[in-house]
Design a protein around this ligand. Sequence first.
Ligand code: PLP
Length: 451
Amino acid sequence: PLPTADLQALDAAHHMHPFTHGAALGAKGARIITRAEGCWLTDSEGNRILDGMAGLWCVNLGYGRQELVDAATRQMSELPFYNTFFQTSHAPAIQLAARLAELAPGDLNHVFFAGSGSEANDTNLRMVRTYWELKGQPARKAVISRWNAYHGSSVGSGSLGGMKGMHAQGGMPIPDIHHIDQPNWWAEGGDLSPEEFGLERAKQLEAKIQELGPENVAAFIAEPLQGAGGVIVPPESYWPEVMRIVREYGILLIADEVICGFGRTGNWFGSQTLGIQPDIMTIAKGLSSGYLPIGGSIVSSEIARVIGDAEFNHGYTYSGHPVAAAVALENLRILDEEGIITRVREEIGPYLKEKFESLTEHPMVGEASIVGMMGSIALTPDKARRAAFRGEEGQIGLMTRERCFANNLVMRHVGDRMIISPPLVISKDEVDVLIARAWKSLDEAMAQAKS
Ligand code: PLP
């Protein structure tokens, strides 16, 4: 391999990074990751970095699982590609669909595959509208989503998402997508109790449906537990009220499980942890532990029946890609047979929660919000008032993230919240390392902010 400096120069000269200011690459150069094992990354200078984010919330099994490599190799030699369009199929896609139908809650039992979470949410957007068209209610086009949600980066999924920075660029959102607020009590709850606030935010959905006219609304989409928007656990009153509203108005519910799925919250799906009964679930990331790109939509028998009675003019070359599907199947087998999700629920999740919540003893940490293996802490100059830092939002978060990275820990920041989402296989000792490095980085960022 080329020397680090040469790679960094070529990277800055030729490689466009997602969600990255070009100047940042030129100034400092990217850190070049060369290998990974378990929860640890190695960079080109030999540093070992604890990956508190499981890549991008996806390497649920951890790095270096030979079984996944073998599954890919076997499938590559037998049938590296064939499509699932028209009337052809192959065993990996069939068996993966059948396994997902077994695992999914309720009567979600048909799978439409995609190459990523973004593609799957584009499928969902078209599928719910097509469903209502086929049911003779073509006016039902509106899809309601939430500000600060992340549902992907394609034009459809980016419009479904509620990231204002994304909407400011490139002509999003497309028409007929509407947003309501997230239940972020820490930042926006004011004097209300979390439960009152949760109800109030759920009722925004009802108000939006009434404003648009229920006969015009196709679906509501939400992550069971918001991820890239800051990992904020909703008050307990929130989801039951949302469920009442979607059922009362006959609106389809899409649960975006791209982060929450495959064990992250201590069950196969976040919907099970948070008591949600969706009509469609978006899946990706942890489906293959990120080893190969694959995503999809798991839909109810009713939706599959209505859509299947017509030709749904939609599909991707890599829908159900055999190698990705074979790796996903093997990933699901290991998650199951090694009891990894039970361990999240009963052992490592509670341990992580206790340790993570101890960070609230740090003077700059206001609250910790964590379910299973995804959590965040709110940084604040004044805990009692739940105050935000003055100046540009996210500066302290960015500083803390940079200190973490310098201390060989990957944590992410969203504004002034710091996030973790480690591989599900993290050990207790590794959790201790994560917390110690986070604490040290918080100290350093606080000192830097004061100077
Ligand atoms: N939905 C959620 C909740 C996500 O977090 C993401 C990615 O982070 C996506 C959808 C988009 O998935 P992908 O990046 O695979 O397109």
